[in-house]
Every structure is written in structure tokens, then in C-alpha cells.
Write a protein that binds this ligand. Structure first.
Ligand SMILES: Nc1ncnc2c1ncn2[C@@H]1O[C@H](COP(=O)(O)OP(=O)(O)OP(=O)(O)O)[C@@H](O)[C@H]1O
Ligand SMILES: [Mg+2]
Length: 288
């Protein structure tokens, strides 16, 4: 989006070491330096994606922002406040559809509203609004097991949005859905983002997904994770799937791909220099 407002998330000199306890009987513990001097600011209403090799610390970064993981050093703020623990200012959406299986769709979406202490009538009204926003009103009284993967993920988005957090953190939310559903969810997510003006930090292994959705893409290095480069994605909005075959889009794709190549990542969806899709280092012809 154009004219960005104030800084919503600020990360300064962030380091994270995991302390790993040795097996029973062994003395002491080892530590793993997972994040190395991360500096990043995200503006209010911005859509920022993070790509990088498996194990480079992307989920760790999101957990710190969600207040679920304590940092080792540095300053991490949402708005003006340092993060000290989980908060209703942030919503996190995980890759595994983390819905409560014993609750109906409506009751899942009401969860954060219960934590907020809203009345039954108000909870019901807000839940209905967000379930409608993700187009699943007719499934309100059903249970998660009755929904497809893509539908569950839409409900996870509705649940996170319903309690009105300022920041949405998304960890590979569409990795488990098929390509066509993923494409629909992209357009839906952008529509919701434009309607609600949330700040989004989105982790993905897909270069294409990152470019299509984002205002900026942060590329991380191998563990210990550092930010290698942050790329402005200057593609006009609203964006439609057809832009992916455009010249400008290819330019960004190539740039991110080259960055990841130089850090030796083989885990992301990539394109070789002939524009062929490469997965697990096996080039396959696809129309792009
Ligand atoms: N709770 C933990 N205790 C110890 N080490 C951990 C813990 N969680 C993650 N790690 C290690 O920290 C590093 C970063 O892990 P993280 O899950 O953040 O990577 P990632 O970039 O999200 O990877 P992927 O793309 O595979 O999801 C890895 O080396 C991982 O083994
Ligand atoms: Mg991860």
C-alpha cells in the first residue's frame, strides 16, 4: 500500500540462542544461535513476507513477535511497547490448522472474544461477521473435521481477525493446500488485508507467494538467521493472479531466487535461469 504510517513492529539487534539440554546423565547444556542481530521495522498496514532456508529461524522470529518465545538480547516492540508475552494485539496463524476440534466453527472464532470478556451476544455477532468475511457462514455450526484444509485455514484467519489484533503473524499458512486453493486464498487474504488494514508478517517457502502478496520481502540467510536483503515490491495493487506472468514479476522472482541461490537454499520453490520451475533440484517444465 502507498503512504505507510507509523512503525508498528520494530526489531533492533535481536539475538536468540536456544538452550538445548543434553540427555539425562550428561553434564551441562549446549546452545544454538538461531537468530543473529536481526534489525527490521514493519509499518502499520504493511504486508511483509519473510523467506529463507529451512531452519534459518523464520518461525522463531514469529514466535518472538507473538510473545511465545523469549529473546536472548535486543529490543522488540509492537507499537510503543516491548513484547513481554502473548497479547491480544497480535494474532498468529500456523501452518497446521490449529483449530480446537471439540468446538464448532463459530465457537472456534469466538475463542479470542471470550478471552477478551465480551458478552455472548456480542461474541456471536462478531464471529458471524468474520465467518462471513471468509465466506463460510453456512459452516458455522459444523466442526473442524468436516472442513477441507483450505476452509480450516480460512477459519483460522477469521479467528485471528475476530478479536481485532493490530498485527497478524502467519507461518506458512497455505503450505498444505493445493495450488488452486492457494491462489484463491491469496486473493482472499489480500482482499481482507485491504479491508482491515492489518499489519502482516508472512513466512513462506514460496518466492512467488511472497512477491505476489507483499509490499516488501525480507530474505534471510542460513542459520544463524540474519536478514540478507529487504526488497521493495513495487507492483501496483489490487493484484490479480495474471501479474505473475508479467515481466516485472519475473524480475523480482529472479532477484529473490538469485539471493537464495547464493546462500545455498534448496528448500524453496525456485525457477532456473530458463524460467523452469525447480523443486528438489529437479527442473520441470511449467508454463509461467
Ligand atoms: N524449541 C527449540 N529448541 C531448540 N532449538 C530449536 C527450537 N526451535 C527451533 N530450534 C532450532 O532453531 C533453528 C531455527 O528454527 P525455526 O523453526 O525457527 O526455523 P524455520 O526457518 O522456521 O525453518 P522451516 O522453514 O523448516 O520451518 C533450527 O536450527 C531449529 O532446529
Ligand atoms: Mg518454520
Amino acid at each position: 500500500m502507498a503512504a505507510k504510517n507509523r512503525i508498528e513492529i520494530s526489531i533492533e539487534n535481536l539475538n536468540l540462542d536456544y538452550h538445548i539440554r543434553r540427555k539425562k546423565g550428561d553434564a551441562g547444556s549446549t546452545s544454538l544461535h538461531a537468530l543473529d542481530n536481526i534489525n527490521l521495522s514493519v509499518r502499520e498496514g504493511e504486508f511483509l513476507s519473510v523467506v529463507g532456508p529451512s531452519g534459518c529461524g523464520k518461525s522463531t522470529l514469529l514466535y518472538i513477535l507473538a510473545g511465545l518465545q523469549k529473546k536472548t538480547s535486543g529490543v522488540v516492540k509492537i507499537g510503543d511497547a516491548e513484547i513481554t508475552g502473548p497479547s491480544l494485539h497480535t494474532g498468529i496463524i500456523m501452518q497446521a490448522y490449529a483449530l480446537f476440534p471439540w468446538r464448532t466453527i463459530k465457537k472456534n472464532v469466538e475463542f479470542g472474544l471470550e478471552v477478551k470478556g465480551l458478552s455472548k451476544a456480542k461474541r456471536s455477532e462478531i464471529a458471524a461477521e468474520y465467518i462471513e468475511l471468509v465466506g463460510l457462514s453456512e459452516f458455522s455450526d459444523r466442526y473442524p473435521y468436516e472442513l477441507s484444509g483450505g476452509m480450516k485455514q480460512r477459519i483460522a484467519i477469521a479467528r485471528a481477525l475476530a478479536y481485532d489484533p493490530d498485527v497478524l503473524l502467519m507461518d506458512e499458512p497455505f503450505a498444505a493446500v493445493d495450488e488452486q486453493t492457494r491462489s484463491l486464498l491469496h486473493e482472499e487474504l489480500l482482499r481482507i488485508w485491504e479491508a482491515t488494514n492489518k499489519t502482516i508478517v508472512f513466512v513462506t517457502h514460496s518466492i512467488e507467494e511472497a512477491i505476489f502478496l507483499s509490499d516488501r520481502v525480507a530474505v534471510m540467510t542460513h542459520s544463524p538467521g540474519q536478514i540478507r536483503e529487504i526488497i521493495d515490491i513495487d507492483l501496483k495493487r489490487p493484484r490479480e493472479a495474471s501479474i505473475k506472468s508479467g515481466e516485472e514479476f519475473s524480475k523480482y522472482r529472479k532477484h529473490v531466487w538469485q539471493l537464495l541461490q547464493t546462500i545455498g537454499d534448496s528448500t524453496v520453490e525456485t525457477f532456473d535461469d530458463k524460467g523452469r520451475f525447480v523443486l528438489d533440484s529437479q527442473p520441470q517444465e511449467v508454463a509461467i
